[in-house]
Design a protein around this ligand. Sequence first.
Ligand SMILES: Nc1nc2c(ncn2[C@@H]2O[C@H](COP(=O)(O)OP(=O)(O)O)[C@@H](O)[C@H]2O)c(=O)[nH]1
Ligand SMILES: [Mg+2]
Ligand SMILES: [Zn+2]
Length: 314
Amino acid sequence: MVQQLEGTVIRATGSWFDVQADGRIIPSRLRGKFRLTGDKTTSPVVVGDRVRLRLNPDGTGLIVDVYPRRNELSRRAAGRHPGLRHVIAANIDFVWIVQAVHLPEPNPGFIDRVLVAAERYQIPAGLIVNKLDLLTDADQPALKELTQRYAVLGYPVLHTSAVTGEGLDALRQALHDRVSVVTGPSGVGKSTLLNALEPNLNLRTAPVSEKTGKGRHTTTYVALYPLSFGGFVVDTPGLREFGVTDLEAVELSHYFVEFRPYISNCHFPDCTHTHEPDCAVRAAVEAGHIDKARYLSYLNILSSLQLGEKDVGR
Ligand SMILES: Nc1nc2c(ncn2[C@@H]2O[C@H](COP(=O)(O)OP(=O)(O)O)[C@@H](O)[C@H]2O)c(=O)[nH]1
Ligand SMILES: [Mg+2]
Ligand SMILES: [Zn+2]
């Protein structure tokens, strides 16, 4: 009789998966059948997945089943597997997108892409603007604008500094008792913030290169960390870019929450809100009811989806 256990994947390195089951951590491999499913993803099992495993005599596990996901956060894979769906984590309660005041500069396009990926699965999301200690008087208007842009849409915005401790209590409360993903470009301070909240995590951090203004990749695997004050947090490797995937171009506007009230008023039911006559979304942009920067993000994502759909042959 082979012993079977159920557990949660808390670390994924590519070939090994640490599964928390039965109060311990079991290093596990995937059963071969998972490689044959034809699913166009970089990995069939990710952090946050609930799995069933078989215990081997040597104490390692063999993952034999993955339970259906409540949701997932995914992006278009780059690098070795261009075009495939790269699922960052599954079964998530909240997605935080971290940006810095400076070093590196805020990237609204990145924020909007992650928000689309979160809205795709109705995962609540918010923005953390970190490195507030670097803020100068000249930056105030830009910070206010960025904050307002997302706050009016209902996305919470936190201002933090791992240096002064500003905003850390609010962040701790926000992470309490949930499974949260903390994502963003390299160098914005994701790992530093989590270390400040939970010093025994000891996540590696690295200075941002003065030359390129970009952070270095220090986190090489995705892991789900338990928080002593309750909850779990996923620290992701810094992402250079966040490509939207796993949705059709015609769905995209529904994931821009402020477009939704207008979409059904467009003349054409399959309006892409780019060139069509009687487009209610474009009219709302003209009238100032939809933020121009958000509409530009929409156009950018739309064209990358249209290109992406071509190169995967759909
Ligand atoms: N000035 C300032 N630097 C910070 C802050 N948070 C992180 N850093 C620095 O930013 C660099 C990148 O941090 P890291 O946590 O590795 O970024 P990650 O790639 O997003 O995980 C490190 O040199 C940190 O010390 C902050 O609030 N203020
Ligand atoms: Mg990091
Ligand atoms: Zn339209």
